[in-house]
Design a protein around this ligand. Structure first.
Ligand code: COA
Length: 321
């Protein structure tokens, strides 16, 4: 038994903040942001709009595309690092709103790799007969933990949610998922405030995303090259077999490096970072949904999804759509 993607969806906040808007917030320019990152604009949640709101919107869109109702859903997993509450988890909130009561619902905290981790878990449940209709969501409101006075980070991030419905199939479907992590790099990209850990005397780091961008960049490029090679080797595939690369949308230069490793022109890479910025766990499912809905991604094509983020965590998934 395999799992296959039966439908995709996304939900973005209405408010769009352009690079030109950010020129009035911090000492930056549209030219710097575009040339260093590829980002042109991002969506930012309205006051009171939460990760669960966006997750619910993406879930409803994916369910409509898959032709399933709440009664069909028997498994909900959400990748997020910006939950509404410590608990209940975002999956439980979405489950209640959809009226899909009783099925397991939980969140996975793996930063930007959260959706790939969640997809991998749901795939294994379906493949082993433990679930028959899974909702897999990546949802974030990163704007809530962004320091809007720090030009080195605030220009990068955005809010949004993407979702897929996974169902059993006799043919793959999801061919393989590959996950990894290395906690030794935790100081390069982190948010210092949790529930359990208290600030130590003298610590000044505020409750925001802290990042050594340059160093993250180098490890991201190397790690993504390795995982792409590992995914192809595990499936005995040549690089030319991939129809679409659907990468985590952090930086155009990181994406270009991965595309080069695959010997792929950028025309075969789904890019949404110009419109969405880096939305962490939401970026891959939103990019997938964009390319499905605009007709680029077709049934039967081979897709390579990949992500890298805080932890560090990383992951990939090879999918016959
Ligand atoms: N506008 C204008 N100048 C800026 C700026 C901004 N928004 N942000 C930083 N700068 C300045 C820096 O202060 C620095 O100035 P200096 O040379 O006078 O010190 C200069 O630009 C270069 O900064 P640097 O950090 O070396 O730039 P970079 O080329 O590494 O680009 C990132 C910065 C963040 C875009 C890039 O490192 C990156 O994308 N890293 C990976 C991030 C990532 O993927 N994170 C998430 C993983 S999920």
């Amino acid at each position: 038994m395999y799992s296959r993607i039966a439908g995709t969806g996304r939900c973005l906040p209405e408010r769009v903040v352009t690079n030109a808007d950010l020129e009035h917030v911090v000492d930056t320019t549209d030219e710097w942001i575009r040339s260093r990152t590829g980002i042109e604009r991002r969506h930012i949640a309205a006051d009171g709009q939460t990760t669960a709101d966006l997750a619910e919107g993406a879930a409803r869109a994916a369910m409509a595309a898959a032709g399933v109702t709440a009664a069909d859903i028997d498994f909900i997993v959400v990748g997020t690092t910006t939950p509404d509450y410590v608990f209940p988890n975002v999956g439980c909130i979405v489950q209640d709103r959809l009226g899909a009561h009783g099925c397991p619902a939980f969140s996975v905290e793996a930063a930007c790799s959260g959706f790939i981790y969640a997809l991998s878990i749901a795939d294994r449940f379906i493949a082993s007969g433990g679930a028959r209709c899974a909702l897999v969501i990546g949802a974030e409101t990163l704007s809530r933990m962004t320091d809007w006075s720090d030009r080195t980070t605030c220009v990068l991030f955005g809010d949004g949610a993407g979702a897929v419905v996974l169902k059993p199939a006799e043919e793959p479907g999801i061919l393989s998922c590959h996950l990894g992590a290395d906690g030794a790099y935790r100081d390069l990209l982190y948010h210092p405030y949790g529930v359990s850990r208290q600030q130590r005397p003298g610590e000044t780091a505020g409750p925001y995303i802290h990042m050594k961008g340059n160093e993250v960049f180098k490890v991201a490029v190397k790690t993504l090259e390795t995982i792409v090679d590992e995914t192809l080797a595990a499936n005995h595939l040549e690089r030319s077999a991939i129809d679409w690369l659907i990468p985590h949308q952090a930086n155009i230069r990181i994406i270009q490096a991965t595309a080069r490793r695959l010997d792929m022109p950028l025309e075969k890479v789904v890019l949404t970072l110009q419109d969405h910025g880096n939305t962490s766990a939401a970026s891959v499912p939103m990019a997938l949904d964009v390319a499905v809905r605009d007709g680029r991604v077709q049934r039967g094509q081979l897709l390579l999804l990949e992500a890298f983020g805080g932890g560090f965590t990383w992951g990939s998934s090879l999918i016959r759509f």
